[in-house]
Design a protein around this ligand. Structure first.
Ligand SMILES: [Zn+2]
Length: 287
């Protein structure tokens, strides 16, 4: 398997946030204050079809990223993280025949491209397979909680099973105040705009609704995971869970696995807390 070493401090990051510049309830300055008070390090402002230069809004505590949510027909929405210009659909035709054009435009701009909330969008796996070259999908769009559509894990596993190399995000998609601090990513990098985009593209992060990984290390022959105390740690492949440590009513913090007999095309790790909150590593692929 690929060698990875995810260890050390992380940046608490929400990549999907609305303000009164589109359909959010709160002003940019109120949103920034709220995320600062929850100890976030990085926040992307993603108003629908509206790019604005928000770099000046960064504070000593919070790096504010330029982003946008190009929103096309049939609820096909994307995140254009780190782009420095309006998207080609901000004005004009927004039919979903243009979704691929927008993905390619984000990538050409040096941005990090995401297909948002596949379950809320009613996107089939076939549609996700038809689209190419996006970096990630939202596996957890916490703002869809209560709308019966926050999780898209089945879409993710099906893409991975078909050989797609796609990272998984958890985001707030916050429009109000109840939907803040529910889903985010922890990035293994310094708090710098260029480093953040590079780290996202490299998949050096994990998604969470609460629990934290301490480290995820794979030297090719052995997998080592350490996390805060949780109910269970599961390694999931195309075949389902292939290695699990479970604490029952107690907790576990570590999983170690000899990969010499593993022939899976990818492995990803989930941790589950007793309170129902979860975190998901990105997949580790066979070289
Ligand atoms: Zn949104």
């Amino acid at each position: 398997m690929q060698q990875i070493s995810l260890t050390g401090p992380t940046l608490k990051t929400n990549l999907h946030t609305h303000t009164t510049f589109s359909d959010g309830v709160n002003s940019l300055s109120d949103v920034i204050k709220a995320y600062e008070s929850m100890d976030y390090d990085v926040l992307a402002i993603t108003d629908h079809n509206r790019w604005m230069d928000h770099r000046g809004a960064s504070t000593g505590k919070l790096l504010v990223l330029n982003s946008n949510e190009p929103s096309l027909s049939h609820r096909e929405h994307l995140l254009a993280t780190g782009v420095m210009a309006p998207s080609p659909v901000d004005a004009g035709d927004r039919s979903c025949e243009r979704t691929q054009e927008v993905i390619d435009w984000i990538n050409q701009q040096g941005g990090f491209s995401t297909l948002n909330h596949p379950t809320w969008s009613g996107m089939s796996v076939d549609r996700l397979l038809e689209l190419q070259r996006y970096h990630s999908i939202e596996i957890c769009n916490a703002g869809s909680t209560g709308h019966g559509s926050e999780m898209s894990l089945t879409h993710w596993d099906e893409l991975l099973r078909r050989g797609r190399r796609v990272w998984g995000l958890a985001t707030d998609d916050s429009h109000s105040d109840w939907d803040r601090g529910l889903g985010w990513v922890e990035l293994y990098c310094e708090r710098d705009e260029t480093a953040v985009t590079k780290t996202l593209k490299a998949g050096r992060f994990y998604a969470t609704t609460g629990p934290k990984f301490e480290h995820i290390i794979c030297d090719g022959a052995r997998l080592q995971v350490r996390c805060e105390p949780v109910m269970g740690i599961a390694v999931v492949s195309a075949a389902g869970p292939v290695k699990v440590v479970h604490g029952g009513n107690n907790t576990v913090q570590e999983l170690e696995w000899d990969l010499s007999k593993c022939d899976d095309s990818y492995l990803r790790i989930e941790i589950h807390g007793h309170d129902g909150r979860k975190a998901w590593s990105n997949p580790i692929f066979r070289d």
